[in-house]
Design a protein around this ligand. Structure first.
Ligand SMILES: [Zn+2]
Length: 96
């Protein structure tokens, strides 16, 4: 999970330069390789949203890998099953 924490201006400064915020929100997460990433936003909402996006991307990447493997396997099994059912002895007997 991404974590969001308050960030403050440099020592001595009351506000962040540029935007004038008294506090910022820093979001930290880990990329799929376990490498930490971080970004700072003026609004907590944006920080949380960014963290959620990072987590979703990560989850989606993993999810896609798992799903592809499962889908191919299920597809193959389903195909074999349908082939088997179409050559049931009963069916063959009816055809001859
Ligand atoms: Zn700001």
């Amino acid at each position: 999970m991404a974590s969001v924490d308050k960030a403050y201006p440099k020592k001595g400064a009351k506000r962040f330069r540029g935007c004038g915020c008294e506090e910022h929100w820093q979001v930290r997460w880990r990329d799929p390789n376990g490498k930490p990433g971080k970004a700072t936003f003026c609004r907590k909402l944006d920080a949380r949203r960014h963290g959620a996006t990072m987590e979703a991307d990560k989850a989606r990447g993993t999810y896609l890998d798992d799903r592809d493997a499962t889908t191919v396997l299920e597809y193959a099994q389903g195909w074999v099953a349908s082939r088997r059912s179409s050559v049931r002895p009963g069916t063959r007997r009816l055809g001859r």
